[in-house]
Design a protein around this ligand. Structure first.
Ligand SMILES: [Zn+2]
Length: 116
């Protein structure tokens, strides 16, 4: 139940940036305010940068697609997805995405996180 509510809030809440940290806000919508109350969340509620924001260094926009850019797969915002599709030079990528891509098996495309 709590997970369902969190999923809904992640999907319908307003994605904002507070002091350089990604967050979700109710935007003053009463249905979201009720959901935040039920979850015991402050408004805005801070969320992890990893998994919730574009993987280009310094970009806090929401992820809209997974795109191959050069030799690696990245989760990117709209603007950076367009740059990738356009084959523009890739800007610096966040460390956690680089580390993940180093674990990707080149043959299968799967992430190999069983490190011997
Ligand atoms: Zn971006």
């Amino acid at each position: 139940m709590k997970e369902a509510l969190e999923d809904m809030v992640y999907q319908f809440g307003y994605h904002v940036v507070v002091n350089n940290t990604p967050a979700i806000s109710t935007g003053g919508l009463s249905a979201l305010e009720s959901a935040f109350d039920a979850l015991g969340w402050d408004d805005p509620h801070l969320i992890d940068e990893k998994g919730n924001t574009c993987e280009v260094v310094g970009c806090m926009e929401s992820i809209v697609s997974g795109v191959k850019w050069g030799d690696i797969y990245l989760c990117l915002c709209h603007n950076h997805s367009m740059m990738a599709y356009d084959n523009q030079e890739r800007p610096p990528i966040k460390d956690y995405a680089i580390i993940r891509e180093q674990m990707r098996d080149k043959a299968t495309g799967f992430i190999n996180d069983n490190i011997d």
